[in-house]
Each structure stands twice: as structure tokens, then as C-alpha cells.
Design a protein. Structure first.
Length: 741
């Protein structure tokens, strides 16, 4: 094995060109010829080796076994025909599954967060990691740790929602799940990308770094503590300095304060933006020097600012070679920890199990089911199979619209080689009679035919209206997309004639269940008021249709909102973690969200007992236990998500009116009772003072337990005494236990 000492020796003997090559990236297409690895092209393109190879699944379009063969050929070339024989990190996207042909497509992250099921999130990440590793990827650009507090932002679908504790928990489990499969996670985007001003991609965040310490930075810290060895810098600025040139952020905070020892990678063309867009550097060479000096170690997706420009910068005295050595050493140590010096090759013998095992499809369906949230239900749901159902809407029979933006088919509008079940197809197999009319598209168009939808609605017992959006990447490349990267919106209503479609079919007198297939939280109070039931299915992936049918026909999904849904775009920001003085009303509009964070209905009813807390008084560096009994008082099984919230009072820093500090998903049979216990450290309510120090100050902690951030069933208050304490870390969430009785 290559030791730390031998890494230093390796760096010492490498030529400058070979060192800089390790800080660069190439696309797989640059060394392929008609789908096969081309040694001649490789000798011309990467004579000194290369640090990373990217877009291997999406750009090659190769099926898994063939891709594994070509990646093995590439790694063999690097070992035998480059000066130091250093293998490359091979990577692909995996935000909602391995983004290559035949990769399983699972619910987008906002849906996975809606499950409030960390073990499921870890299992899905591990299954995706198995597919990545089988084709030869040892690294992936996932998870997105940004807080999704701005629903106008197109990429909110990639986040785990607005809450630091929930996002940190899900981040931890994704990192661990990927690691179980031998894949390195990359935490992105560091930091503030999820709260852009005006909801516009790459815009400055609406909070300072000081404010983000207690919110946006929490999931990143959790991911690093879970073992993530790579962090991606964000496109935006923080306090006026672009993240890719922000030494305070990338070196002082990330490395010196947190002790991070891994690599910082650029976002795609993020270094170029220092010169081309922000204009803080006169040219791309200077941009590369600034980024490297600030703490960026690897450039993605190509070598526009590092590469030859960086070699020349060192030789011209614009940057010390020791700065290059620092980045190279970090990258090579990550490669050593990932096992690249021992076993860099794909494992073709695992391809069949990773891609074809029935357990993978079963897991995708379970995830699709649990990622859904029943927003409201007047008793229409669950539906009876002995009924006539009219299925309408643009997302009722559109396979691509079930997928997130970085899925293979979703990103490239191509056949991904997987069976994608639509709601129409799944319901057709499970109800007595089904009738279908699309009614309208996502956007208004000449093929809209609302009259046809009205006609089938009149002939049915119930209407299932599948409406929402379509995820994509880049409005210039995907003119039909309504959400996804670079697909931001200034308003949050249903696009096109979809709201009119719901009104028209409801006007027939037939009961209507609305299924929202969308990666973006929508402001649709008129649609919710019109419908008899509303289900948020998000972007449920390849098993989305079957999962939707499961829920409509009686499987309790147990999903809860990871974001607050606004009534109108004018309310934004509407996230629940606001300071007390932000509770004021508007003149003509209710200030409350349409549905609050943590909300979700069940097919069963639950009762809560008293919240017991011990001790009732403790020092600021202590811990407490809290417990609450919960009972299913219905005649059918159901799922409840018990949520514990806290507010710290008495410190010098104003805290939010409430913060999630614990949760537990419960599956209870009819009449079954369980007690949920929480072990809560006072560090969980710590905050950063004006000097950036983490402190717990004396005062009080108001605890509340219930069904959402706005539906509490029991409360208690604990007094904090003594002087201020300074915990080493802030645990994002309390540990929980369940005792059945």
C-alpha cells in the first residue's frame, strides 16, 4: 500500500506536468473512438496522466458491462503508459441513481427526504453505489447538501429540503451508504447555493456566512464527519467573494477550523467564472492561480484554468510549486484511501447483480412509495380497486416526467434502458376500469384538449389528475423543462393550463385526487381547495407509477414535507426556521404556508400522550432525555413520524421560533402503542456567536413534540443553568429509540 511517506516521495519525484495533470479532469469522450477506448487518442490527450475522468455513463452511452471494459482499458493505459502509472478517479452523477444506461432511477433527493427514513436513504445510496462501482466509478458528485429554502430555484429538487437537521441526517446516510459500496461522496455546493437571491441559479445567498454557520453549513459538517473525502465549491459568492476564490471558506473554515483533509473540487467551469463572469481575475490563468491558492485542488470538468496554464504560471513565478504540491498530495492521498493504488479496475463480475437483481427494482419501488406525502384527504383516499378511474394530466403517462434532472434519461432525453412505469400503466392493472385523456401538456400547446379530459371524468367514479412539471437541465438545452439546473421560475403556479384542467374535471361533480409530480414546491392553494385529495409524489423515479398506485389504493406512504409549501410566491421566504419577529401578517394575504414543514397525513389516526423530560434543569454542557407515547387508535395499520422541536431562549443570538431536533418514523398496527425516546445533548441547540465560536448559553429550552412544525401535541420546558459552554461540535439531531408496548 502507498503510505503517507511514499505519497510525499511520489510528489517529490513527479514532473511539474505530471503534478498538474493530477489536478485536472477529462471527459470520457476525449479518449473514446466509436465507444471504444483509443490508446492513440489517450497518448495525445493525457500523456502525463490525469486526475479524474468524468461523465462516463452519460457521455459514452455504453451499457454497464461494456463501459466497465473500456474503463478497465483506460486504467490499464494509465498504469502502463504514463510516467508515474497513477490510476484516475472515475466518476458519474448519482443524485437520483447512477446516471448511465440501465442505471436504477430512484426518487430525486427532495422525495427521499420526504420519507424521513434514514435507513432507506442509506440502502438506496448503497444500491446506487454498487452500480457505480461495478462500471468502474470510485467517486460520485453526490449528495447535494444545500438547504432548499428557495422554491423558485430550479435545483431545489436535488436538496433534502429546508431543515439543517433533516438534511444533515440524510447527508450522513448517503455518504455512509456510498462508502459501503466503495464509492467516495462529494458534498456540494459549498456553500449557500440553495438560497440564491431572487431564486436565480448561482446568485448570491440571502444569508451571510455567520448566519449560514447555524444552518447551511450543518449538513456539510455532518457529511465530513461521516467520512466524505471531497467537497465541491459553489458557483455563488459568500460575503462578496466567489466561493472558488474564497480562502476564508475553503481553507480557514473547512480545513483549519473543521480539520477536513480531503479534496476541494471546482463546480463545472466554476474557476473559469472568476475571469469570465465575476471578472476578479484578468484571465483564466490568473483565475486558476486564485482558485488553487484559495484551496481548490481539482478542476472540473476539463482543464481550462489548470492544465498548461497552471504549468506556465508556476514557471513564470506566478504561483509557488509548493501550492501545486499541496493540492497534488491531497488528491493522491484521497486516491490511496479509496484503494486506487491497489484496485482501480471495475468489477465486471458484479455488473449482473448490481443492475439486474430483483432487489434493486424492489428497493426503487419502496423508495417511490415512501417518498410521497398525502397533503390533504377528505376521505376520498384510499381508492377502491372496484371502481372506474379517469386518469388525466400531462404526467399521467409521460415516463420521462417521473425522473429527476440528473438521471440518464432525464438529463439527455434518451432511452435509459430501464422500465419506467407511469401512473396510467400501473393503475390500469389494478382497478376495474380505467379511462385516460391527457387533457393538456406541462406548458400550454396546440395539443391541449381539456374537453376530452372532461368527457372521461364524467364517465368515471373518481378522477386522478397527475399534474406538475418536467425536470431538466439548462433552459437553452431543454426548452420543455420547468425545474432543474438553470431552470428557475419567478412564480410557482402550475404552468400551462393544468390548474384549469383540475377545475374543469372537478366541475363535473366527480371526485378528484390530484397527484403532484414535480421537483419544485408549488404555490397552488386553488388546486388544493378544488381537489378532494392531494398527494405530492415529487419525482419518484422508474417505479413512480407503481408507487403512486400503491399509495392511491391504500398503502400508507408515511411521507412528510421536507419543505414548507407557500400559498403565494410573495410570501417567500416561507421556511419555518424564522426569527420570532418574522411572524407578522400581510395586509391581504395570510402569512402561514399552505402546508408547513413536516406536514403529512396518514391513513390511520394517532394519539399522543404527555411529553416526559428529565431532568427539568441542567447545566449548559449537559444532556436530557425526552419521551412520548404514541398510539394507533385506528382500525388499520399506519405510519406516523414523531417530530421533536426546540427553541432556545435567553442567549444573545436570536434563534428561530422552532428547530427540528429529533424525529422517528413509526409503523404501527391497529391499536398498537409505542414510546419514542430522544437523547438530546445541549450542543444540539448551540449557536455560533459573533466571533464564530460555538456556544450554549444559559436560559431555557422549550420542547414541543407533534406531527409537524405547526401541529404540536405536547410541550415541556427545560432550564439551562450555569455559565456558557463551548461544545466541540453541534450534533444536528438527537438519537432516538422506540419501545413497543
Amino acid at each position: 500500500m502507498t503510505t503517507s511517506h511514499s505519497i510525499d516521495a511520489l510528489v517529490d519525484r513527479m514532473t511539474l506536468e505530471a503534478k498538474v495533470a493530477q489536478l485536472g479532469t477529462i471527459r470520457i469522450g476525449s479518449v473514446l473512438d466509436d465507444g471504444s477506448f483509443d490508446p492513440a487518442r489517450a497518448r495525445e490527450t493525457i500523456p502525463h496522466g490525469i486526475g479524474r475522468v468524468t461523465r462516463v455513463g452519460r457521455e459514452s452511452g455504453l451499457p454497464p458491462r461494456q463501459l466497465a471494459t473500456e474503463i478497465a482499458n483506460l486504467q490499464s493505459f494509465l498504469r502502463s503508459e504514463t510516467p508515474e502509472g497513477i490510476p484516475a478517479f472515475v466518476r458519474e452523477e448519482s443524485l437520483c441513481g447512477y446516471a448511465g444506461r440501465r442505471g436504477v432511477t430512484v426518487p430525486q433527493a427532495i422525495g427521499m427526504a420526504s420519507s424521513w427514513d434514514p435507513d432507506l436513504v442509506a440502502a438506496v445510496a448503497s444500491a446506487v453505489g454498487d452500480q457505480l462501482r461495478a462500471v468502474g466509478c470510485q467517486l460520485t458528485l453526490s449528495p447535494v447538501c444545500d438547504l432548499g429554502v428557495e422554491p423558485r430555484w430550479g435545483r431545489i429538487e436535488e436538496t433534502f429540503g429546508e431543515d439543517p437537521a433533516l438534511a444533515a441526517t440524510m447527508t450522513d446516510h448517503v455518504v455512509s451508504g456510498l462508502a459501503d459500496s466503495g464509492v467516495d461522496a462529494t458534498l456540494k455546493h459549498f456553500v449557500g447555493h440553495g438560497r440564491p437571491a431572487g431564486g436565480r441559479n448561482r446568485a448570491r445567498p440571502t444569508s451571510s456566512l455567520q448566519e449560514m454557520r447555524d444552518a447551511d453549513l450543518v449538513p456539510f459538517r455532518a457529511g465530513i464527519e461521516a467520512g466524505a473525502p471531497s467537497v465541491m465549491a459553489a458557483y455563488n459568492t459568500v460575503d462578496g467573494v466567489p466561493c472558488h476564490a474564497n480562502e476564508r471558506l475553503l481553507t480557514r473554515l473547512l480545513r483549519e477550523e473543521w480539520g477536513f483533509i480531503g479534496t476541494v473540487v471546482s463546480d463545472g467551469r466554476g474557476i473559469e467564472m472568476l475571469a469570465d463572469d465575476y471578472r476578479i481575475a484578468p484571465d483564466r490563468q490568473a483565475a486558476g492561480v486564485e482558485a488553487l491558492t484559495a484551496g481548490v485542488d481539482v478542476e472540473l470538468p476539463e482543464r481550462e484554468c489548470f492544465g498548461d496554464r497552471l504549468v506556465d504560471a508556476v514557471r513564470d513565478g506566478l504561483v509557488e510549486e509548493s501550492v501545486v504540491d499541496r493540492a497534488v498530495g491531497r488528491h493522491l492521498r484521497q486516491k490511496r484511501r479509496a484503494g486506487l493504488f491497489d484496485d482501480p479496475d471495475p468489477h465486471p463480475e458484479t455488473v449482473a447483480e448490481a443492475f439486474e437483481a430483483p432487489e434493486v427494482a424492489s428497493l426503487a419501488r419502496r423508495a417511490a412509495r415512501r417518498s410521497q406525502v398525502i397533503l390533504d384527504n377528505d376521505g376520498l383516499l384510499p381508492l377502491s380497486a372496484d371502481t372506474t378511474v379517469a386518469v388525466v394530466g400531462p404526467n399521467a403517462d409521460a415516463p420521462r416526467n417521473l425522473l429527476g434532472n440528473y438521471s440518464y434519461a432525464g438529463a439527455e432525453n434518451a432511452d435509459g434502458g430501464v422500465d419506467i412505469r407511469t401512473p396510467r400503466a400501473a393503475l390500469r392493472e389494478r382497478v376495474d376500469e380505467l379511462r385516460y385523456a391527457r387533457g393538456c401538456g406541462i406548458r400550454a400547446g396546440p395539443d391541449d384538449d381539456l374537453d376530452a379530459a372532461v368527457a372521461v371524468a364524467r364517465e368515471a367514479d373518481v378522477v386522478v389528475a397527475c399534474v406538475g412539471g418536467q425536470s431538466g437541465i439548462d433552459v437553452e438545452r431543454d426548452s420543455s423543462g420547468t425545474a432543474g439546473e438553470a431552470l428557475d421560475r419567478a412564480e410557482l403556479s402550475l404552468p400551462g393550463r393544468q390548474a384549469e384542467l383540475v377545475r374543469r374535471v372537478a366541475a363535473t361533480g366527480t371526485s378528484v385526487a390530484v397527484v403532484l409530480v414535480s421537483g419544485r414546491p408549488l404555490a397552488i392553494p386553488e388546486v388544493v381547495e378544488t381537489a378532494n385529495a392531494t398527494v405530492a409524489a415529487w419525482l419518484p423515479g422508474q417505479a413512480g407509477g407503481a408507487g403512486i398506485a400503491d399509495v392511491l389504493l391504500g398503502t400508507d406512504p408515511g411521507g412528510r414535507l421536507p419543505v414548507s409549501l407557500p400559498q403565494t410566491v410573495g410570501q417567500l421566504p416561507v421556511d419555518y426556521r424564522h426569527p420570532p419577529v418574522s411572524d407578522g401578517e400581510y395586509v391581504f394575504t395570510d402569512a402561514e404556508p399552505l402546508f408547513p414543514f413536516g406536514h403529512g397525513e396518514s391513513y390511520a389516526a394517532f394519539s399522543y400522550g404527555e411529553l416526559s423530560v428529565s431532568p427539568s434543569q441542567l447545566l449548559t454542557d449537559g444532556s436530557l432525555t425526552a419521551s412520548v407515547p404514541v398510539e394507533n387508535v385506528d382500525t388499520r395499520p399506519g405510519t406516523e413520524v414523531v417530530q421533536l422541536y426546540a427553541q432556545h431562549r435567553g442567549g444573545r443570538t436570536v434563534r428561530p421560533v422552532r428547530e427540528l431536533v429529533g424525529f422517528q418514523r413509526l409503523e404501527l398496527a391497529a391499536g398498537e402503542r409505542a414510546t419514542v425516546g430522544f437523547d438530546l445533548s445541549t450542543g444540539t441547540v448551540a449557536t455560533h456567536d459573533s466571533a464564530g465560536n460555538l456556544v450554549v448559553e444559559p436560559g431555557a429550552i422549550d420542547l414541543a413534540v407533534g406531527r409537524s412544525s405547526a401541529d404540536f401535541r405536547a410541550r415541556q420546558t427545560v432550564e439551562l443553568t450555569g455559565g456558557s459552554s463551548s461544545p466541540e461540535r453541534r450534533p444536528p439531531i438527537a438519537s432516538s429509540t422506540v419501545t413497543f408496548s
